[in-house]
Write a protein that binds this ligand. Structure first.
Ligand code: PGA
Length: 260
C-alpha cells in the first residue's frame, strides 16, 4: 500500500520531498530524477533550491513525463521550456542531461521508443515526481490508458485542455490536441513514485488513486501496483480518503529506520 503523508500545506510537502531527493542524490551522484510539470510539483522545486546549495548536481539526469506534440520547443509553455524555467535554471542542472519526450512532428513516429531507450540507457528513473489531474490522469495518461503502456502519443481530453487553457491565454484553441507521454508501464518502472496533490479539487482523484479499485478508469490507481509509493497531500486533497486516520497513525508510529 502507498504510504500517505498528510501535511499542513504545500511548503511542508515541498520541504519533505526535497529533503528525500537531496538525501538520495548525496548517496548516488548519478541520480535520475523523474520530473513533472503543472503547478503541483512547484513547491518541491522551490524547496530544492536552498537544499542543493552545497550538493554536486553535475551528474544528475532528469526525465520529464510528457510534452505537447507539434508545439515549438521554444514556446514558453512547451514542457521543455517549463522544465528549463522551473527546474534546470533555478537548480543549475546541466541542460544536456535533462530530457523531455520529443514532440516534433517529423520524428513523432519513433519518439516514444527513443524516449524509452534513453530512460533505459540512464539506468531507469530513481524517483518519479507525479501530480494527478482532476480526471485521475498521471502524466498525460487519461482514463482508459493501458497499465502496460509505454511512451506514446495520446489525445488530450477536453477536460484537460480546458484545465490547461490557463497557460495559453485562457484560449482552448491554442492548447495542443495531442501529447507524448510516458506510459503507465513506464512510470511503474521508476524505483520510487512520489505523488503530490493539493486542494479539494484533487480529493476525488486522490481517493480513487489510493483507495479506489485498480482500474484504468482512474489511471492514478496504477500506483497501487507499485512496491514503493509515497503520496503527499494536504488536508483538502486528503478529505475523501476513508483511511486517513490510519495513515496518520502509521506515520506517527513509523520506525525511525524507514526513509520516505
Ligand atoms: P496540476 O496538474 O499540477 O497543474 O494541478 C496536475 C496534472 O494534470 O497532472
Amino acid at each position: 500500500m502507498a504510504e500517505v503523508v498528510i501535511v499542513a500545506d504545500k511548503d511542508e510537502a515541498g520541504r519533505l520531498v526535497a529533503a528525500e531527493i537531496v538525501r538520495q542524490i548525496v548517496a548516488n551522484p548519478d541520480y535520475v530524477l523523474g520530473l513533472a510539470t503543472g503547478s503541483t510539483p512547484l513547491p518541491v522545486y522551490e524547496a530544492l533550491v536552498p537544499a542543493v546549495a552545497d550538493v554536486d548536481l553535475s551528474r544528475v539526469q532528469g526525465f520529464a513525463l510528457d510534452e505537447y506534440v507539434g508545439l515549438d520547443p521554444a514556446h514558453p509553455e512547451s514542457y521543455r521550456s517549463v522544465i528549463t524555467r522551473e527546474v534546470v535554471e533555478p537548480l543549475g542542472l546541466n541542460p544536456d542531461r535533462i530530457h523531455t519526450p520529443n514532440g516534433a512532428l517529423e520524428t513523432i513516429a519513433h519518439a516514444g521508443e527513443d524516449y524509452e531507450a534513453a530512460i533505459e540507457a540512464a539506468g531507469g528513473v530513481d524517483l518519479q515526481i507525479l501530480g494527478i489531474g482532476s480526471t485521475g490522469h498521471i502524466g498525460f495518461n487519461e482514463p482508459g490508458s493501458s497499465f502496460a503502456s509505454r511512451t506514446r502519443v495520446k489525445t488530450l481530453t477536453e477536460r484537460t485542455r480546458v484545465d490547461n487553457a490557463r497557460f495559453f491565454d485562457g484560449d482552448i484553441s491554442q492548447v495542443p490536441m495531442h501529447c507524448i507521454t510516458q506510459g503507465l508501464g513506464t512510470i511503474q518502472r521508476a524505483r520510487h513514485l512520489v505523488l503530490l496533490a493539493f486542494g479539494e479539487s484533487k480529493a476525488e482523484a486522490v481517493a480513487g488513486a489510493v483507495e479506489g479499485p485498480v482500474s484504468s478508469e482512474c489511471p492514478g490507481s496504477a500506483i497501487q501496483l507499485h512496491p514503493h509509493v509515497t503520496v503527499v497531500v494536504d488536508e483538502a486533497a486528503a478529505s475523501r480518503l476513508k483511511h486517513a486516520d490510519y495513515y496518520r497513525y502509521a506515520l506517527a508510529n513509523k520506525p525511525a529506520w524507514q526513509g520516505l
